[in-house]
Design a protein around this ligand. Structure first.
Ligand SMILES: Nc1ncnc2c1ncn2[C@@H]1O[C@H](COP(=O)(O)OP(=O)(O)OP(=O)(O)O)[C@@H](O)[C@H]1O
Length: 246
């Protein structure tokens, strides 16, 4: 079996790994190094919050982790499979299989109703959806809004519908950019508890967030500053580090 092919027997709990990620942008004469050697791991069942000031590279990092963007250097692996440095169509295929992405734009197609928006990634995946679209929508409190178009939804409903779309393929990894941004307290709690439920079921969850509440529910926090990451390593690395020291 080729090294990069998916192996469902992979026993590693490191579902998402990034090694030495760099992302360089050039616009005219202007050059920006948005990521400067970011390495991180998110384990099965873990919720990690990524925080940092505006312009620190958080959205760039999330896009590289999701395979929506290509890092200029370094590598991203999801469930043991390299997703970086591949043609866009292959990245999209791997994303459809392993990753749920919730973007600030709420990843809904404007001309499809909510139900069809959730069904779309399930069909793209090419296998029977583990959780039916209607059930997912009921879980996010939208059982009564399945026929609504995205423009007919409130901000809180849009965020919850976006989450249902991100979870539609029962992903091993959920990446969310400001999942609770602009939500009132009640909707924030609902979204965070849904994310925690997914993590409890084994999903590796990474959130980019400014919300103190989201940081509070995370198992670990990674701080990005000027394209560099600092934060606690996952528990197994800490144990290894202790072993080496002690
Ligand atoms: N497509 C692009 N072309 C050129 N520069 C970009 C591009 N996208 C991001 N940048 C630059 O890269 C840096 C990191 O941007 P990024 O959006 O990742 O930061 P962020 O931490 O998500 O910020 P915010 O919290 O404000 O959303 C910034 O200096 C930004 O101007």
């Amino acid at each position: 079996m080729p090294v990069d092919s998916y192996d469902s027997r992979d026993s590693s709990d490191d579902v998402l790994t990034a090694r030495e990620l760099y992302r360089f942008y050039r616009v005219g004469e202007e050059e920006t190094l948005a990521l400067r050697g970011v390495s991180l791991t998110v384990r099965r069942g873990e919720t990690v919050a990524v925080v940092g000031p505006s312009g620190a590279g958080k959205s760039t990092l999330l896009a590289c982790l999701a395979g929506l963007d290509e890092p200029s250097g370094g590598e991203v692996r999801v469930s043991g499979v390299r997703i970086s440095h591949r043609p866009e169509t292959e990245r999209a295929r791997l994303r459809a299989r392993h990753i749920g992405v919730l973007l600030q734009t709420r990843n809904l197609l404007p001309h499809l109703n909510v139900l069809d928006n959730v069904r779309l990634p399930q069909r793209a995946q090419g296998r029977r959806a583990p959780v039916p679209a209607r059930t997912l929508l009921a879980q996010v409190g939208l059982a009564g809004r399945t026929r609504a178009l995205p423009r007919q939804l409130s901000g809180g409903e849009l965020a919850r519908a976006g989450l249902a779309v991100a979870l539609a393929n029962a992903p091993a990894v959920l990446l969310a950019d400001e999942p609770t941004g602009e939500l009132d307290g009640e909707n924030e709690q609902l979204v965070l508890s849904l994310l925690r439920e997914r993590a409890a079921e084994g999903c590796a969850v990474l959130l980019v967030t400014h919300s103190a509440e989201a940081v509070r529910v995370a198992d670990r926090v990674i701080t990005l500053t000027d394209g560099r990451a600092t934060g606690a390593p996952p528990p197994h690395d800490r144990e290894e580090a202790r072993d080496v020291v002690g």
